[in-house]
Design a protein around this ligand. Structure first.
Ligand SMILES: CC(C)(COP(=O)(O)OP(=O)(O)OC[C@H]1O[C@@H](n2cnc3c(N)ncnc32)[C@H](O)[C@@H]1OP(=O)(O)O)[C@@H](O)C(=O)NCCC(=O)NCCS
Length: 140
């Protein structure tokens, strides 16, 4: 069986969150259910899941803001790594974005995740000479 990607459905929520947890992608200050819901409700974003033998082994969140595309929450089940599934997930995300007219992706990798950086560089991504700023809008 080959890995097939499609948009996540309601029934997949628990499995996707468990996959993210297994991949250490969740953070106490981010509610993964809220993140999935927000991405799936948006007209320009979604969560793709990679299915092998009825099992979700990979996922990727993609979207665009009308200017650039972005990839979040790229995850491959630890038991299924180094088989090309991460590359396939990024390719599925790139295809989703390309089909919506996006011609460039900007994505963030945490400074403590050098492995993900090496992975993305293997796929042709380059470090952009920019600093990423953030501010919460849900605070006091
Ligand atoms: C990063 C991750 C998605 C890679 O998944 P994967 O299925 O093992 O990757 P692939 O097998 O598709 O690898 C694709 C290429 O990247 C290389 N690669 C994968 N992981 C690598 C690593 N840690 N260091 C260097 N190269 C790596 C592979 O060797 C392969 O190279 P090749 O095409 O020349 O053979 C997976 O390790 C993961 O889920 N990590 C935890 C979550 C995470 O950090 N996500 C990214 C957040 S920014």
């Amino acid at each position: 069986m080959t890995l097939a990607f499609r948009e996540a459905q309601d029934v997949n929520l628990e499995n996707v969150v468990n996959l993210w947890k297994a991949c250490e992608l969740t953070r106490p200050w981010n509610d993964p259910y809220k993140d999935i819901q927000f991405a799936r409700e948006g007209a320009t974003s979604t969560v793709l899941v990679g299915i092998l033998d009825d099992r979700i082994v990979a996922s990727v969140m993609v979207g665009h803001d009308g200017h650039r595309g972005v990839i979040y929450y790229l995850a491959v089940d630890p038991a299924f790594r180094k088989r090309g599934y991460g590359k396939a997930a990024v390719a599925a995300g790139e295809t989703w974005l390309r089909e919506r007219g996006v011609w460039k992706i900007n994505l963030m990798v945490r400074n403590d995740n050098a492995a993900a950086g090496r992975f993305y560089e293997r796929l042709g991504y380059e470090v952009n000479p920019v600093t990423s700023y953030g501010k919460r809008l849900d605070g006091p």
